[in-house]
Design a protein around this ligand. Structure first.
Ligand SMILES: CC(C)(COP(=O)(O)OP(=O)(O)OC[C@H]1O[C@@H](n2cnc3c(N)ncnc32)[C@H](O)[C@@H]1OP(=O)(O)O)[C@@H](O)C(=O)NCCC(=O)NCCS
Length: 185
């Protein structure tokens, strides 16, 4: 019987590792993960690469890979001050910008879901992030994301919200309500 191997979850430490991940499906994975409801977002490969370059250069980027080394999941955090729009909302809410990092991204490939890969991606991201507080944003309709993150100790910040306009797969621009959660280490 073939043994089912657990995916490896590691931080991206070098530019070569990031390039290797681009060649092993990271860009297409990101596009596929956010093409679904509730997001239905459309990103060019250049946009996706620029997000991951920022995470690698200024933040923490974790990847999950299966045994053939294809990328099947990602999580990332950056200092909150680098996310200007959200930093402004947080500041108005009395959050100390200098002390907080932003949990910027999370995704797992469809065929690998419900195997606790996101849970481990978030736990290891929290451990690697050099701040005692992380905040994150999610769609109020994204139950999977809220469950995963509440499962590792994130709590909803009551009253903090944002309406985000985004181009959908069909080309229209729509707005949806995002909520915020925080985790104190
Ligand atoms: C959210 C996401 C990363 C979860 O990945 P995952 O690897 O399947 O999550 P896990 O297996 O670690 O789930 C841990 C727990 O979260 C909850 N959960 C996960 N997905 C769920 C879902 N679709 N519905 C309800 N609960 C869910 C469950 O309690 C689960 O534990 P269980 O499977 O033992 O019941 C994945 O669904 C995804 O990539 N979604 C699209 C991108 C996205 O929304 N990212 C977050 C943006 S803020």
């Amino acid at each position: 019987m073939t043994e089912v191997q657990k995916p490896t979850i590691e931080r991206v430490q070098t530019a070569e590792e990031l390039n290797d991940a681009f060649n092993r499906g990271l860009v297409e994975l990101y596009q596929a993960v956010f093409a679904d409801p509730p997001y239905e977002e459309k990103f060019t490969p250049e946009e996706v690469k620029s997000f991951f370059e920022l995470y690698f250069l200024q933040g923490v980027l974790m990847l999950a890979k299966e045994n053939t080394q294809n990328v099947i999941g990602f999580s990332a955090s950056i200092p909150l001050v680098l996310e200007a729009e959200i930093a402004k909302i947080a500041e108005n809410f009395g959050i100390d910008l200098e002390a907080v990092w932003y949990f910027a991204d999370l995704g797992v490939a469809h065929e690998y879901r419900r195997q606790k890969i996101a849970q481990v991606l978030v736990q290891t991201l929290i451990a690697e992030t050099p701040a005692d507080t992380l905040i994150m944003r999610t769609s109020e309709n994204n139950i999977a994301s809220q469950r995963v993150n509440q499962g590792v100790g994130f709590e909803i910040i009551e009253g903090m919200e944002q309406f985000v306009d985004q181009q959908r797969q069909d080309g229209t621009v729509q707005s949806d309500r995002r909520i915020f959660l925080q985790k104190q280490k």
